[in-house]
Each structure stands twice: as C-alpha cells, then as structure tokens.
Design a binder for this molecule. Structure first.
Ligand code: ATR
Length: 308
C-alpha cells in the first residue's frame, strides 16, 4: 500500500507573514517527498486543543511561532535545547510521544559556521544586545560553544540579570554605554533586539573595534540592516538574520522526513525575493495610482471634455 501524503504545519497567531511554508515546500519538492507544509492560524485559547489533536489532524509534526513557543514547551517532552531556552519551536512524534526542540539555537550556530567559519576559534568574549526570548537562545548557543564571557546588554537590566541567573557566571551584565568599550576585547557582537527592524527605531552603536569582530543580526526585515552595513563598511565579517532563519529550518525537516536538507543559494534567493515582494505590497499606493481612482478620473476628464 502507498504511504499517505505527509502533512506538517507552522502554528502561529497571526501566521500570514511566516516564510516557513516557502522554505519547507521548496525542500519537499527538491527532495521529491510526498508531503505538504501548511500555515495554521491558531489563537492562544485554542492552541492546547490543537496540539493535543495534532496527530488526529493528520500532522506528523509542526513548527510553532509567536505567541505559542512557551505553551508548546509545556505540552511536549522537550530536549535540552528547548528546556534551556524555555521555548520550543519544533514538534515531532517519537514512538508516539510528542517531542520538542528549539531549532533557533542550531540555526544561530549553523549560520555563523557557514558564513563566518572559525568565528568561535579561541573566542573568549561575546556581546549580546537584548535579553528576551531570542537572546536566551543565543546565550545558550554561546554557552554550548564554551564562550568564556558573554556580556548581555539590555534596556531593562533585570532581564539581563535573569539570564545570568539562568546560565551562570559566564554571563555578565553590562550597560549600553559600555558597548563600545567592550568591543575591544570581544570576538562577536549579536543584536537580538528589534532595533533596526522595519517600523522600529534604529540601532545606534559606535563600531569602534578590532577588524576581527564578527557581527550578527537576527533581524531580517530589512535584510541588510544598518548594523550589518556599517560592519561591512568597516571590513568586518557579518552573519544576517535570513541565514539564521534558513538554518533553523533544517532540523525540523530532518526530524519529520529523515533527510537533512541543504541551505542553498537558490533557496536563499527565493526567500529574499519573497521578502522583497512583501515590502512592495506593504508600500502604500498613491491615490492617483489606484485602479478605481484612475477610472473615476478618466471618466471625469471625458465629461469635462464633452462639456468644454
Ligand atoms: P524576542 O522573543 O524576539 O527576543 P522579546 O522577548 O520581547 O522578544 O525581547 C525583545 C528584546 O529587545 C528585549 O531585550 C527588549 O528590551 P527590554 O527587555 O528592555 O524590553 C529589547 N528591545 C525591544 N525594543 C527596544 C528598544 N526600543 N530599545 C532597546 N531595547 C529594546
């Protein structure tokens, strides 16, 4: 008997913006797998019900995004990564049990390994801007690579302190005004805040640093953030947010379909084009360019001519 077509989804609220279907359906086609990856808009109140019925809904697994990552952790058996970060974004079944991981940890590291090879060789000190959910994943990732000192800089100092409590003495809390000073001895700077993202204030820091500093930004809209532009102008090596997004998708695909997919330049170009398309759609249309308004104006000028 032929196996049934497999289905996986990404669950979020809202979910329309998610690029995960584009990435996974590209790989599904590329590797000739009989499967489909869908979007599921699930409000917080219905999330538990949805996850508990995931298998009954014919899904073999799922990605989970905002605002459900903490709830997903509580409803599954997490691995070390998800437990350490306190959030899960990938669900799969193992011998009938719903398991979870946090693939952002792997995505962050794999992107740096691919785009800035050797970045962690002898790396003693790193600077992490922000102390939210994304920062937890980044700090945990740096702990696993045995970075000795991880300076967490955050607007709200208590959240940075909470990361220190969670991950131990490798984490040090510093203030924004210390950023440039710390860069002298650091090998890596990571922005995990939304600063520099479309619709958010810019990230204003002075990149006075040695040429060996690697700069990573998790923001991918815009793709080329001001932070990355300035870093490149200064000759620094950079890793962008889109690379992390693509690399974090690898683990889920491997868990669901048993194939470890490749992040290719073609896939990257596909998602880049899609990011560009959204930006165009979001652009407000000038009133005179709107088709209905154009028609009305043409009608009026015809009438005027007749009257004239
Ligand atoms: P995520 O899960 O994406 O990390 P989050 O948990 O809301 O989202 O965390 C966002 C991070 O960006 C936080 O560190 C936040 O700082 P606070 O802890 O002080 O809120 C930081 N951030 C967001 N907007 C910021 C701003 N305008 N200036 C400085 N930091 C900002």
């Amino acid at each position: 008997m032929k196996d049934a077509r497999k289905a996986v989804c990404v669950i979020g609220w809202p979910i329309a913006h998610s690029r995960s279907p584009l990435i996974h359906n590209y790989w599904i086609k590329q590797y000739g797998i009989d499967a489909e990856y869908r979007r599921e808009a699930v409000p917080p109140k219905q999330f538990e019900d949805f996850v508990q019925n995931l298998r009954a809904l014919d899904y073999i697994g799922a990605n989970v995004t905002v605002p459900h990552k903490e709830a997903a952790l509580a409803l599954s058996v997490p691995d070390d990564r998800a437990r350490a970060v306190g959030a899960a974004n990938t669900l799969w079944y193992h011998e009938g049990t719903l398991r979870s991981t946090n693939s952002d940890v792997e995505g962050f590291l794999a992107n740096l390994d691919a785009t800035t090879p050797g970045w962690d060789r002898g790396l003693e000190s790193a600077i992490v801007l922000g102390a939210g959910g994304a920062a937890r994943g980044v700090v945990y990732a740096l702990v696993t690579r045995e970075v000795q000192r991880i300076y967490v800089i955050n607007r709200t100092a208590e959240r940075a302190e909470a990361l220190k409590t969670k991950f131990g003495t490798r984490v040090r809390v510093a203030g924004w005004d210390e950023t440039t000073g710390l860069m002298g001895g650091a090998g890596l700077l990571v922005n995990t805040t939304p600063l520099g993202m479309e619709g958010h204030p810019p990230l204003d820091i002075n990149l006075r640093c040695p040429a060996s500093l690697v700069v990573a930004d998790i923001v991918y809209d815009p793709l080329d953030t001001r932070l990355l532009q300035v870093a490149r102008e200064r000759g620094l090596r950079t890793a962008d947010g889109l690379g992390m997004l693509l690399h974090q998708a690898v683990r889920g695909f491997e868990l669901w379909f048993g194939v470890r997919p490749e992040v290719t330049p073609e896939l990257r170009a596909l998602v880049e084009a899609d990011l560009g398309k959204t930006a165009e759609v979001v652009q407000p249309i000038a009133p005179e360019d709107h088709p209905a308004i154009k028609k009305a104006m043409a009608r009026r000028s015809k009438r005027n001519k007749k009257q004239g």
